[in-house]
Design a protein around this ligand. Sequence first.
Ligand code: PLP
Length: 448
Amino acid sequence: MPETVTTHASMRALTEDADRAYELDRQHVFHSWSAQELINPLVITRAEGSYVWDGQGRKLLDFTSQLVYTNLGHGHPRIVEAIQEQAAALCTVAPQYANGTRSEAARLIASHTPGDLNRVFFTNGGADANEHAIRMARLHTGKHKVLSTYRSYHGGTQLAINVTGDPRRWPNDTGSTGNVHFFGPFLYRSPFHSTTEQEERERALDHLEQVIALEGPSTIAAVILESIPGTAGIMIPPPGYLRGVRELCDKHGIVFIADEVMSGFGRSGEWFAIEHAGVVPDLLTFAKGVNSGYVPLGGVAISDAIFQSFAKRPYPGGLTYSGHPLACAAAVASIEVMEAERIVEHSAALGEEVFGPSLRSLAERHQWIGEVRGVGAFWAIELVADRETREPLAPYGGSSPEMGAVIAATMANGVLPFANFNRIHAVPPINISAEEAGEGIRALDAAL
Ligand code: PLP
């Protein structure tokens, strides 16, 4: 129990009192993915557009979009207003009722998803979206196994972390035989020793075909893939790979789930990253950019065929806050802003005109950069100790003093960086201006 009676005057006062925030955090908040006594969380007291302010009043350019979700930046007035208006009109309504804001959010989402993904099941975030997509695939096919790649992240809930490939699975793995991992394509560190994108595509598809054959097509419900694996390294699949996966799924009656939790809603310069490949999945999961994360929201966009599976029998699953009106109001406002301000086109142009050229020029000048890759406002800088051997600057699943130094120097230069093992990701709000993006890249340059 707290020892003192709360004396704050307002939420704004609570937010701005950095010392109190830190002290109470250390006393009462249990943080994700952390050794509780070894962390020193940065206090954020204010945020606006592409910037945040820390407890010392320092202004930092947010090159993380937090966890790659504030796609329209911080404090966007249209989204804030929509949440306030919705709170005044109808703050909450349970999922069994129809509600105009939820219906409109579903209509807008379905209008941008590819193909016949016409129905939306709402969740609270990305992990539960993937859990439900897998459940739908299992019930639809009557099969149980799920195939996913080693370098992937699908969420922190039990099934989602089991299908995840990255090291966060290691301490969480329940050893379920229903979750099978395979190698996705990644030319820079090719598991198939390929030297060209074409080789990588062909070998990765041959490999997946063999995994399917040996696991038994009659046991496999779904292949779940991030259309562009995000946290695991922003690895753009070689041309033709996702189409090949689609063909293998069709051949063997397997549901293709595209995880667009990070890559969706304009991050890659298309509404959804799978559109770069011209492929339509059976289920598409989303969260984050759907409403810039102002209120938690995720979901599954569902094909007509899978929808029909549940037209006359109940879907056995649901969540108390599914399609929460405050979250849906934020989604309606976000999508309307993205349409009106042509934010997806802006994201594509940022990739082609700003991030691509300037990060490649950084790679020419810094020995520590092994590769830069990305699209839209979705870029990874892979740091290596040795360009020839490609030895990573921090081990897979770990950290290093050198990476720590790069992160500290980037922050000292006024930029909040997204770092993962040996990589720095440049993932700012997708509506960031070219000037602000340039400012972030110069800070990285100076830090390196
Ligand atoms: N899928 C992908 C591709 C993600 O990047 C994430 C989170 O980063 C998730 C799923 C999990 O989403 P959430 O943390 O909202 O549950």
